[in-house]
Design a binder for this molecule. Structure first.
Ligand code: NAP
Length: 279
């Protein structure tokens, strides 16, 4: 990135908006800001009071949308109850929507068109690609159907690409036989936020397991008073599978890496496009 600055190029600038004092959100935003520092991006953290009005927040986003110095905007979720997350996401310029949550980007992703892909599923796709985990023709089970993880993950895995071309089953809280479905999976993406939900008796020998879960579980032996726990019972599941991601240290860092890639892409599309810089 320093080289970009030396060559007179715009250095990518990410703006993170944090509303309120949610402990987990503070941690996530801090790690995104730190990652920007590490890769040499500019970052700005806008902290707002819990009590901010929806209108005021929308005003701030409108300003960021038109600020030529800003390449990427992310609004850390969840937002306070009096603010509609949909309304806020819809207000972000799709070309600066590095979280990939705007309906334009979601629609483009579904159609297989170039778009910003939500960071967590994008990071998982990069992981599968890097480790050459075969997805074509395989049965992938995604547990969880949220807009930010499970749903986009199911779309990407079933898409006509590599990784992709998997046969995908998506499970949610109304699914009756999650265990039986998981037992038929070559790949399990666990994204439900229930600590240690996926146990060894739910996993086929040789399956690849991606654990997205991050839950703070009380632990008096830790200074913080909690430990971060995934959705997979790592100790019992690991001996059965071909691949497994740890928590912490697996999907989390890949999510951050994917966000950095999206931020670079947003900057490159805006500033370097004419010069055909690779994105
Ligand atoms: P979410 O919005 O709460 O969605 C959870 C999903 O899991 C819902 O679709 C829910 O079904 C489903 N579910 C809940 N209990 C279930 C059960 N017993 N059986 C089957 N499905 C069940 O959560 P999220 O935002 O997707 O996050 C999921 C987890 O990933 C959380 O622990 C979160 O902290 C973590 N996360 C990690 C990263 C990362 O970077 N590593 C990024 C984002 C999220 P319904 O739709 O029917 O309610």
């Amino acid at each position: 990135m320093a080289q970009l600055a030396v060559r007179g190029k715009q250095v990518p600038h990410l703006v993170a908006v944090l509303v309120g004092n949610n402990g987990a959100s503070e941690t996530y935003v801090a790690s995104k800001v730190k990652a920007c520092e590490e890769v040499g991006f500019k970052s700005t953290l806008i902290r707002l009071e819990d009590s901010i009005s929806s209108l005021k927040l929308l005003d701030i986003i409108a300003e960021l949308n038109t600020d030529p110095d800003v390449d990427g905007i992310l609004v850390q979720l969840p937002l306070p109850e009096h603010i509609s997350a949909d309304e806020v996401i819809n207000a972000i310029d799709p070309n600066k929507d590095v979280d990939g949550f705007h309906p334009n980007n979601v629609g483009r992703m579904v159609l297989g068109q170039p778009s910003f892909i939500p960071a967590t599923p994008y990071g998982i796709m990069l992981l599968l690609e890097h480790y050459k985990v075969e997805t074509r023709g395989r049965h992938a089970v995604v547990v969880g159907r949220s807009h930010i993880v499970g749903r986009p993950m199911s779309i990407l895995l079933s898409g006509n690409g590599n990784p992709g071309n998997a046969t995908v089953t998506i499970c949610h809280s109304h699914t009756k036989n999650v265990k039986e479905i998981c037992l038929t999976a070559d790949i399990i993406i666990a994204a439900l936020g229930r600590p240690n939900f996926i146990t060894a008796d739910m996993v086929k020998e040789g399956a690849a397991i991606i654990d997205v879960g991050i839950t703070r579980v009380p632990d008096t032996s830790k200074k913080s008073g909690y430990k971060i726990t995934g959705d997979v019972d790592f100790e019992t599941v690991a001996p059965k599978c071909s691949y497994i991601t740890p928590v912490p240290g697996g999907v989390g860092p890949m999510t951050i890496a994917a966000l950095m890639k999206n931020t670079f892409k947003a900057c490159a599309l805006k500033h370097y496009y004419d010069e055909k810089e690779s994105v």
